[in-house]
Design a protein around this ligand. Sequence first.
Ligand SMILES: NC(=O)c1ccc[n+]([C@@H]2O[C@H](COP(=O)([O-])OP(=O)(O)OC[C@H]3O[C@@H](n4cnc5c(N)ncnc54)[C@H](O)[C@@H]3O)[C@@H](O)[C@H]2O)c1
Length: 327
Amino acid sequence: MEHFSNRLAVITGAGTGMGRELALALAKEGAHLALCDLASDTLEATATAARALSPGLTISTFLCDVSDEGQMQAFQRHVADAHGTEAIHLLFNNAGIGGGGTITDPASRPAWDKTFSVCWNGVLHGVRCFMPMLLAAEDAHIINTASINGFWASIGPHTPHTAYSAAKFAVKGFTEALITDLRLNAPHVKCSVVMPGHIGTQIVANSMKVLQQDPAGLDEEAIAAARTQMVEAGLPVANLPDDDIRGLLRARAAEFESSAPTSAAAAADIILQGVRENRWRILVGEDAHAIDRLVRANPEGAYEPALVEEMYALGHFKGLVRSVESS
Ligand SMILES: NC(=O)c1ccc[n+]([C@@H]2O[C@H](COP(=O)([O-])OP(=O)(O)OC[C@H]3O[C@@H](n4cnc5c(N)ncnc54)[C@H](O)[C@@H]3O)[C@@H](O)[C@H]2O)c1
């Protein structure tokens, strides 16, 4: 698909980050938009900004949780009604949250299951619910957002990262399998898997809200668990009072956004260029290209601390993964 003018694009998780920037970039190019998110304030802010950029477009919003199939079916009906059409051209399954680090602790199961479900079921429901509208278009493109964690299941040797990584591997595998499925059964529908490195967004703060782990609301037990995790990761916080641990959690979320090498707007441009060029595999950021090369060069070494040190030596991962030496 070489241009987006007059196309209809569906974007999940359009309230902030890459989803919002995709919406704005597509509006600038004249695409009509159907946007969903969990959070109404940020979702409406995206829609207002997109309308201001291109006043003649049809831009609709819908509140829904992508991990709930019934809500995604309702979103699909909304898109058909609000846009008066049976067809969509672009489907960005972008919504995602981080969390659910370890599977060894039964107490972390709600966060584990929610993270896995948003990141995996969100994509599956998106593709299933919107398939009839994709099939009805003259040409269409599905864009599923995975992560570098879709081919490297780690954020470094100190931190368990199982739910998110497992879901992102699933998104990558599903999208790769779709290539042949669509070629055989719906050749006018293309697909891409997006694998961003570290992008400057509010994903850490947003995920804490979704998982009800906002630092201000955490009780003593939850703070103790966070402290233990930080100590195990080598941070000298064993004797810090609870409020300081809350402050550290907030600072970590802010630092994730401010220290990223690639902005959400730059990421959106890279994603849309990949769609224009009909590439099924879209890496976003120099860090994503670098870790892709290292993992391919030495798959057995992918989870050894030396790999992270190599990324550090190349100038990557500074704000994302704690180095081995710093612990
Ligand atoms: N930021 C990064 O470094 C990075 C790296 C790799 C992959 N990703 C992926 O990129 C995608 C976009 O993330 P982002 O970094 O822009 O984060 P973000 O938090 O800024 O944006 C995600 C949006 O999705 C929404 N959302 C969360 N759960 C939802 C649900 N259940 N239903 C509907 N909406 C929901 C949030 O409210 C938010 O507006 C995610 O899939 C994420 O996993 C991000």
